[in-house]
Design a protein around this ligand. Structure first.
Ligand code: IMP
Length: 233
C-alpha cells in the first residue's frame, strides 16, 4: 500500500510496527501506553513480504526493516533487532542469535549448544548481555536508532518457562533469576528491548506529531543511520 495515511479512523496518528509477532506488538503497545497513537503490526499490510535480517549489525537490520515499512505504508514505522552477546564466545552469537545453528534449530538446541560451549566455565567467565536496537523511520527516508542493553550471565542449566529464545539460560545481573523465571511485567521493565523502546519514545511522539519529518534530531542514546544501514548504533 502506498500514499500517506496520517491518521487512523479515530483521528489518532498511526505507527506501524515492522513485525508479525503478536508478542512483540503486545510488548511495544504496553510500553507505549499513553502515547496518543494507534499502533499496529504488519497484519494490516499483508502485501509487505518478509523483511530480511541479514545485515552485520543490529542497527543495519532494524533500520532497513523500518525504512522498508515506512516507505511501503507511507507512515512512521518502528523496527527492532536484538541478540545475546556472550563474552566467552567473543560477543557471539550477537546479531546472529536467531540464526545460530541454522534455520532448523530450536531455541532448546541453541541453549544446549551455548551451555556446552561454556561447560566448566566459572561464573566470572559466563557474563553476557542482551542488546536491542530500535529504529524509527519516516516515509521521507530518515532513520533514527536507539539502543538498550540488559546485563546478565549464562546460567549453569536452563531454568523457568517464561519468555522465549535464550531466556531460560540468561540470568539477570543483580536478580539471580533467569529471564524465563520473571513475570512478563518485570521483563518488560528491564529488558534490552524495553530500554531501547523507552529511549525512542520521545522521538516516536515527535514523528507522530509530524514534527521533524525533514530530519529527526539525534539524541544522546541514538544515532542517525543512512537508508542503506551504515552507522552502527
Ligand atoms: P529478533 O530481534 O526478534 O530478530 O531476535 C533475535 C534473536 O535474539 C531471537 O530469535 C533470540 O534468539 C534472541 N533474543 C533477542 N531478544 C531476546 C529475548 O528477550 N529473550 C531471549 N532471546 C532473545
Amino acid at each position: 500500500m502506498t500514499g500517506r495515511t496520517p491518521a487512523g479512523p479515530r483521528g489518532r496518528p498511526r505507527l506501524v510496527l515492522a513485525t508479525r509477532n503478536p508478542g512483540k506488538v503486545r510488548e511495544i503497545t504496553a510500553i507505549y501506553a499513553g502515547l496518543a497513537a494507534r499502533l499496529s503490526g504488519l497484519e494490516d499490510w499483508p502485501a509487505i513480504g518478509e523483511l530480511p535480517e541479514d545485515g552485520d549489525t543490529y542497527a543495519e537490520n532494524a533500520a532497513s526493516k523500518a525504512l522498508a515499512v515506512a516507505r511501503a505504508t507511507g507512515l512512521p514505522a518502528l523496527a527492532d533487532d536484538s541478540g545475546v552477546e556472550i563474552d566467552a564466545l567473543g560477543g557471539g552469537p550477537g546479531v546472529r542469535s536467531r540464526r545460530l545453528l541454522g534455520e532448523a534449530a530450536s531455541d532448546a538446541d541453541r541453549n544446549t549448544y551455548v551451555l556446552e560451549q561454556l561447560a566448566g566455565f566459572p561464573p566470572p567467565r559466563r557474563t553476557a548481555r542482551y542488546r536491542a536496537v530500535v529504529a524509527l523511520a519516516t516515509p521521507n527516508g530518515r532513520v533514527q536508532t536507539f539502543e538498550g542493553v540488559c546485563e546478565g550471565a549464562i546460567a549453569e542449566r536452563p531454568r523457568g518457562t517464561g519468555g522465549f529464545g535464550y531466556d531460560p539460560i540468561f540470568e539477570i545481573t543483580g536478580d539471580g533469576r533467569t529471564m524465563a523465571e520473571v513475570p512478563p511485567e518485570v521483563k518488560n521493565e528491564i529488558s534490552h528491548r524495553a530500554r531501547a523502546l523507552r529511549a525512542a519514545r520521545s522521538a516516536v511522539a515527535r514523528a507522530l506529531s509530524g514534527e521533524g519529518q525533514e530530519g529527526l534530531g539525534t539524541g544522546a542514546n541514538s544515532a542517525e543511520v543512512s537508508p542503506s544501514g551504515g552507522k552502527d548504533a
